[in-house]
Design a protein around this ligand. Structure first.
Ligand code: 5AD
Ligand code: FES
Length: 353
C-alpha cells in the first residue's frame, strides 16, 4: 500500500499493523504529511469546530528526584537554579489565569518530595473551592496509587504523565535503571481506573528512537485510549547527557500529531511549547496538523527561566497576559479562536454534522 492508502486505512479502521506504521514513519514525504494533516484538521474541526482550548500551566517546582537523561531539571544538573512556589503563589497565578479566561489549570512540577501528598491535596481543594468552574490537571510524575486517589478525591480532574516511549529498550536508553516503563504504564492504568481524564505522550526524535519505537507508541495509544496526548519534539539541554544530540524533526512531530488525531478523533491534543520552540510557527502548524489545545505558561516570570526542560524554551520572558494576547492573534490569523471553557474530554459542544 502507498503511504496515503495507509493514512486512509488508519482513518477507516483506526489501526495499522506494526509494519505499516514503520513504513509510514520511515518513508513519508511532504505530500504524505500534508495529506494526513488535511484529514486530521477536518476531523478536529468536525469535533471541536474552530475552537481551541487553553490550559494555564503553573510550573510550581523544578526540584526533581529523578534523573532522566533528556531533562534539564534532572537531579544531577547542578547548574539548574531550583525554586519552589508556595500555595499562595500557586493560587495567585491561577487567580490571574482565571481573570484572563482560563478554565483549566495545569499544576506541574518535578518529582519533589518537599510537598507532602496532604499539602498537594490542600492546594487542589483550595483551588477548586475558589474556582469551582475550573478543571485542575496535575502533572507531578509517578506517585503511589493511594496518592493519586487522594488527589482525585481532593478534586483534581485530570492527570498528565507522558509514557515517553512505549518501547522498553528505548525507555531504558532515556532513563536510569531505577525508572521502568512498567512502572510508568502501571501509573497510567491506575490514573485512568481512578477516574482521572488521563494524558500520556511521547517526545519525537529522542535519542535512539526508531520508526519501530514510534510504531509501538501508536499501538500503545490505540490500546490505552488516552483522553489527552502530549507530543513534542525532543530538544537538547546543554546540561544533560544528551546535550550533543540533534533535536527531533519538526515534520515528524507534525505527522505524529495528525496520525494521533486521525486514530483518536476525540482526544485532547496540545500544540506544545516544544513545537513552538523548534519552529517560529510551530504551534500554528500543530493546530493545522490536528491539535486543538494550547498551554500557555502562568508561572511567575521570575521563575520561568528556571523551568528549563530543554534549551531556548519560548515565552520565558513574557507575562501571562502577553502570551494569551499573542496566542489569540496567532490563532486568529489561521482561522481559530481561543475559548473560555474547561474543555473536558468528550464534552465538545460542536453540533454533529
Ligand atoms: N525535550 C523535549 N521535551 C522534554 N521533556 C522533558 N525534557 C525534554 C526535552 N529535553 C518533556 C517530557 C516530559 C514533559 C514534561 O516534558 O516528555 O514528560
Ligand atoms: Fe508567549 Fe507568544 S505565546 S509570547
Amino acid at each position: 500500500m502507498t503511504n496515503q492508502q495507509l493514512i486512509d486505512k488508519l482513518n477507516s479502521q483506526k489501526a495499522l499493523d506494526q509494519a505499516q506504521w514503520v513504513q509510514l514513519f520511515a518513508t513519508f514525504t511532504e505530500a504524505d504529511r500534508h495529506y494526513a494533516a488535511a484529514l486530521a484538521r477536518e476531523i478536529a474541526d468536525s469535533v471541536f469546530g474552530k475552537r481551541i482550548y487553553i490550559r494555564g500551566l503553573v510550573e510550581f517546582s523544578n526540584y526533581c528526584k529523578q534523573d532522566c537523561y533528556y531533562c534539564g531539571i534532572r537531579c544531577s544538573n547542578r547548574n539548574a537554579q531550583r525554586y519552589r512556589l508556595t500555595k499562595e503563589d500557586i493560587l495567585s497565578c491561577c487567580e490571574e489565569g482565571a481573570a484572563l479566561g482560563f478554565r483549566t489549570f495545569v499544576l506541574q512540577s518535578g518529582e519533589d518530595k518537599a510537598y507532602s501528598n496532604a499539602a498537594l491535596c490542600d492546594i487542589v481543594s483550595t483551588l477548586k473551592s475558589r474556582h469551582p468552574d475550573c478543571a485542575v490537571t496535575l502533572s507531578l510524575g509517578e506517585l503511589s496509587e493511594a496518592e493519586y486517589r487522594a488527589l482525585f478525591a481532593a478534586g483534581a480532574d485530570r492527570y498528565l504523565l507522558r509514557h515517553e516511549t512505549a518501547d522498553a529498550a528505548h525507555y531504558a536508553h532515556l532513563h536510569p535503571a531505577n525508572m521502568r516503563l512498567e512502572s510508568r504504564l502501571k501509573c497510567l492504568q491506575e490514573l485512568k481506573a481512578i477516574g482521572f481524564q488521563t494524558g500520556c505522550g511521547m517526545m519525537i526524535g529522542s535519542p535512539y528512537q526508531t520508526p519501530a519505537c514510534l510504531a509501538e507508541d501508536m499501538r500503545f495509544l490505540r490500546d490505552f485510549e488516552p483522553h489527552m496526548v502530549g507530543v513534542g519534539p525532543f530538544l537538547p539541554h546543554k546540561d544533560t547527557p544528551f546535550k550533543k544530540e540533534p533535536a527531533g524533526s519538526f515534520e515528524t512531530t507534525l505527522l505524529v500529531l495528525s496520525l494521533v488525531r486521525i486514530m483518536l478523533p476525540q482526544t485532547l491534543l496540545p500544540a506544545t511549547t516544544a513545537l513552538g520552540t523548534v519552529h517560529p510557527y510551530g504551534r500554528e502548524e500543530g493546530i493545522l496538523a490536528g491539535a486543538n489545545v494550547v498551554m500557555p505558561n502562568l508561572s511567575p516570570t521570575a521563575v520561568r527561566r528556571k523551568y528549563m526542560l530543554y534549551d531556548n524554551k519560548i515565552c520565558t520572558g513574557d507575562e501571562s497576559a502577553q502570551c494569551v494576547n499573542c496566542l489569540q492573534q496567532r490563532l486568529q490569523k489561521i482561522g481559530y479562536e481561543i475559548v473560555q471553557a474547561r474543555g473536558d474530554y468528550g464534552q465538545s459542544s460542536e453540533p454533529a454534522k
